[in-house]
Design a protein around this ligand. Structure first.
Ligand code: TXD
Length: 319
């Protein structure tokens, strides 16, 4: 069987990290595409030279030509401009919308059978726009945010409870932004709900609320520290988990920005929901029961996403 092909559109900080991780895990051969000339070629060469040391078999190619992504099994999109300190995700809208238009056309023409994972911010709007521009089926285009947001939530909770991160199963719903909805009632430590751990005196409601607030601002915290650019190690690791679930038909239930029509009372938009990822792409959106507080928070998040979609439509007449 021929190796799988992973195309990375955008070879910046996340794109380069994705290429390194995909090579080390031997997910397949890797194509790094960017509009910057030389940079994807340089990164491909550098990473390919890890191979003899690390012992992985993966060919890497850097390119500025969409023809090189032909037949890709997975396409991961990070192309665009990252947030700078003081800049909100929404400020990025106009610039990154035009990038999605070019990328959507490139995927449509060269890799129409791929499973596409969008990472570019503002995420919930960009994944929707990319789907529109590429014309791929909704189940083959998803956004990465929830895996990262729940990893941040899990990291902080593991620190709070002084337990292994492996035992924390954190649950985050909604849009990727300050309105995301970390749901403590579905968040567990080795099966024990966080709310029960609070009752057992292992933390306090106030501490958990602080952790929820820190999770919501998790991206901004890193942007402020880095001063140039935004997080890339954990975002890349999160997208790789989604790509692996698809390539290996794992049927993992991962929080993804998926197209939701009907469930959660939504009528056709991309937002973060638990999604079964397998060989069929986003195979199923899982609808869970939410208490009134979580429902209200999800609505705020959905309203924020809808506002962004309206702004996209106002900018680009094709949408
Ligand atoms: O959870 C999440 N979804 C995110 C999203 C978490 C962290 C960062 N997130 C967003 O990912 C961030 O706000 C950005 O929109 C993307 C990519 O972040 P990265 O840190 O990798 O940005 P870089 O290093 O600036 O890389 C972007 C690359 C850069 O090399 C540009 O030359 C290239 O994108 N670029 C393009 N490539 C192809 N085609 C076009 N049109 C293009 N325009 C820019």
């Amino acid at each position: 069987m021929a190796r799988k092909k992973i195309a990375l559109i955008g070879a910046g900080m996340i794109g380069g990290t994705l290429a390194h991780l995909a090579a080390m895990r031997e997910l397949g051969d890797i194509v790094l595409f960017d509009i910057a000339e030389g940079m994807p070629q340089g990164k491909a060469l550098d990473i390919s030279q890890c191979g003899p040391v690390d012992g992985f078999d993966a060919s890497l190619k850097g390119t500025n030509d969409y023809a090189d992504i032909a037949g890709a099994d997975v396409v991961i999109v990070t192309a665009g401009v990252p947030r700078k300190p003081g800049m909100s995700r929404d400020d990025l809208l106009g610039i990154n919308l035009s990038v999605m238009k070019a990328v959507g056309a490139g995927i449509k023409a060269n890799a129409p059978d791929a499973f596409v994972i969008c990472i570019t911010n503002p995420l919930d709007a960009m994944v929707w726009a990319l789907r529109e521009f590429s014309g791929l089926p909704h189940n083959k285009v998803v956004g990465m945010a929830g895996v990262l947001d729940s990893a941040r939530f899990a990291t902080f909770l593991a620190q709070e409870f002084k337990v292994s991160v492996r035992d924390v199963n954190a649950f985050v719903l909604g849009g990727h932004g300050d309105t995301m909805v970390p749901v403590t009632s579905y968040t567990t430590v080795s099966g024990i709900p966080v709310d029960d751990l609070v009752k057992m005196g292992r933390s306090t409601r106030e501490r958990i609320d602080e952790i929820v607030t820190r999770t919501r601002g998790g991206g901004g915290e890193i942007v402020a520290l880095l001063k140039t650019g935004s997080a890339y190690y954990a975002p890349a690791t999160s997208a790789i988990a989604m790509a692996e679930a698809y390539l290996n038909d794992q049927k993992r239930i991962l929080p993804c920005a998926s197209y939701v029509e009907g469930k959660y009372g939504l009528d056709g938009l991309y937002v973060g929901v638990p999604t079964v990822i397998g060989a069929g792409g986003a195979e199923e959106v899982i609808e869970i029961a939410l208490d009134d507080e979580a429902k209200g928070n999800l609505q705020v998040s959905v309203d924020a996403v809808k506002e962004l979609l309206e702004a996209c439509k106002a900018i680009d007449g094709d949408l």
